[in-house]
Design a protein. Sequence first.
Length: 235
Amino acid sequence: MADGSALGKVDGSSPYAVLFSGGKDSNCAMVRASHKLGYPPSVLITIRPSDPDDLIYHHVNTEWTGLQAEAAGLPHIMEMEPDRAIQEAIDGYSIRTLVTGGIASRFQKRKFEEIAGSYGLRVFSPLWGLDQEAYMRSLVDDGILAMVVRASSLGLDRGWLGLKLDRDNIERLILLSRRYGFNPSLEGGEGETFVLDSPLYHRAIAVDSAEARWFGDRGVYLIRQAHLTDKPNAR
């Protein structure tokens, strides 16, 4: 199985799937993989864990990843068990490679490689090893518009829930990460995001209603209603 960070080890002509949480990292990985490989993924795979505090897979608002897949015009598989989802992607789309949004977590990287390896799949992680602060600043340049939907770290109060990560808020987040010692990319479970727009989306996502829940030292932002909308620069 190929190391996920090396493009040269990925077959540039074979179908691939993106392990898709709906957050900024999996969306950015999809954009960068599409650019580097020259074609989009065959399918998006979302694992929706039963445990809201799962250390590997996102939980908050994953039920809305289907709307993101629709925005991108891509097939979507959602399962609770990764083995079942990957087998479905192999059977239905003949995937050979699994793209992940891992940046620095060796625990996650090892788990993803173990799962993919058991099916003979390569792993490609285009964000792996990036400087986290530089990566966060690149999100806007990459055309990724994300909002914070979970905050669970010292330094992140309820005011972050539902906040869009524009340039100013990304700089605020980086400063807080330095002060409180959490990962600026939030990969360590300090927070989760949900993407509203991406260069690969044909339409953007508008949130009609949502509920912020705060539990003293952590909170979530639950989307209740959302719809696809034309992008401002659409012709």
